[in-house]
Design a protein around this ligand. Structure first.
Ligand code: GDP
Length: 426
């Protein structure tokens, strides 16, 4: 993706998340100097496998595994400090030194224990399938202009007063929601007093760091969490996350202008998965759904929840290509399809007897669409050793060609296994 003219690249998920962005960022980060996470919180775990080690990174960009890369958690992220320290400690225990190359925006908002209590209470009534990590309530506070940002920790007295107000409000809400849980002000104050000395040295005006890197032509990777169909504006609302996962959110959440971005790589699985509730038009019938789940290891990296699995949905990815302005596609997990005799692709939908080329806005309508499938012959050969397109079986190449034609975005990478080296650069 990087070349003389393309130095600032966004990597986005172009389905419902879990597309394997972590691996792509890991591969691309080798050539980058700065990797910035721009939205989301600690629910979206990236899994990166290096040798025999598996790293699950929830908030720290996976670029951190490259010793020469500086990593940033941007202003658009809601930060869970305890989880962050867990990740930093996990990295340190495995010999990954992060000193001097990991920074968090002083404008990023904090996820606090009261957010988690509110999340659990609202999930009982709203049933959106959230991960209960407080991310939604933290974004609600942000947009309600009562969030706590890292910069607030610089003034301890002020932070205490803010906490008293926020914890009181949270407890009133919990009571209204019929929850018996209550947040403790003392515990919140103690938590911040314990965390601030470790957090503040990592805190910086990261927008300036990213801006300077872009201006001086250094290679910058902006990394999103989740996928386009979970974007709060463009996703299957209300079964969405609470931030803009799409490429527009990358500029806002990294603290730079949109003109700084040169390219957008959309990561897609060679099939489709989603976690949580909401429609999934191409959900595969048994036993194919189970087989995709087993072969693809489709269980949430953080929650362990089984993912719902189905065939590639070109309507979804065409839409993602449009709302993200994708300039390239990375197709992951091609190897998961190796053993299937036939591989269907959903090329379009029918809705109420009419053809439907675009994603309907209403989740109820998306639940009613009928996928139109093209059935492609499977290749029934292992692809894990392929390192060039020419190494792939002809039927696998034909499958990728068809995806590229249906989406109208060039395939730039094909991933054929979990390992770092199992990738084809087209
Ligand atoms: P992310 O949040 O988009 O990074 O996705 P996850 O980390 O939740 O899921 C990606 C999972 O797929 C991880 O377990 C990866 O190791 C694995 N993975 C990534 N690319 C491939 C691939 O090409 N083939 C296979 N079999 N697994 C892959």
């Amino acid at each position: 993706m990087f070349d003389a003219k393309t130095t600032c690249v966004v990597v986005v998920g172009a389905q419902w998340g879990d597309e394997g962005k972590g691996k792509l960022v890991d591969v691309l980060a080798e050539r980058a100097e700065l990797v910035v996470r721009y939205q989301g919180g600690a629910n979206a775990g990236h899994t990166v496998v290096i040798g025999d080690s598996q790293f699950i990174l929830r908030q720290i960009p996976s670029g951190i595994l490259h010793p020469n890369v500086t990593c940033i958690v941007g202003n658009g992220v809601v930060l869970d400090p305890e989880t962050l320290f867990g990740e930093l400690d996990q990295l340190a225990a495995r010999g990954v030194d992060t000193a001097g190359r990991f920074f968090i925006s002083d404008r990023a908002h904090l996820v606090l224990p009261y957010h988690k209590l509110l999340d659990a209470a609202s999930e009982k009534s709203q049933k959106l399938g959230t991960t209960g990590r407080g991310i939604g309530p933290a974004y609600e506070d942000k947009y309600g202009r009562r969030g706590m940002r890292l910069t607030d920790l610089r003034r301890v007295e002020c932070a205490r007063a803010m906490l008293a107000d926020r914890v009181g409000r949270a407890n009133r809400l919990l009571e209204m929601m019929g929850s018996s849980e209550r947040a403790s002000l003392d515990q919140h104050v103690a938590l911040l007093e314990r965390l601030a000395p470790r957090l503040l040295p990592l805190t910086a005006d990261t927008g300036v760091l990213v801006h300077r890197a872009v201006r001086s032509g250094r290679r910058v990777l902006l990394e999103g969490a989740q996928g386009a169909l979970l974007d709060v504006d463009h996703g299957t609302y209300p079964f969405v996350t609470s931030s803009n996962t799409t490429a527009g959110g990358a500029a806002v959440g990294a603290g730079i202008g949109p003109t700084a971005i040169d390219g957008v790589l959309g990561v897609v699985k060679a099939y489709t998965t989603r976690v949580g509730n909401g429609p999934l038009p191409t959900e595969a019938e048994p036993p194919f759904g189970e087989r995709l789940r087993e072969l693809g290891g489709e269980f949430g990296a953080v929650t362990g929840r089984p993912r719902r699995c189905g065939w590639f949905d070109a309507t979804v990815v065409r839409y993602a290509a449009r709302v993200n302005g994708l300039t390239g596609l990375a197709v992951t997990k091609l190897d998961v399809l190796d053993s299937f005799a036939e591989v269907p692709i959903c090329s379009a939908y029918r809705l109420d007897g009419e053809s439907c080329a675009e994603m309907p806005a209403e989740v109820e309508a998306l639940g009613r669409v009928q996928p139109i499938y093209e059935v492609h012959a499977g290749w029934q050969e292992p692809t894990g050793k392929a390192r060039r397109l020419a190494d792939l079986p002809a039927a696998a190449r034909a499958y990728l060609d068809r995806l590229q034609t249906l989406i109208d975005v060039p395939v730039r990478y094909v991933s054929v296994g979990t390992r770092r080296d199992q990738i084809i650069e087209v």
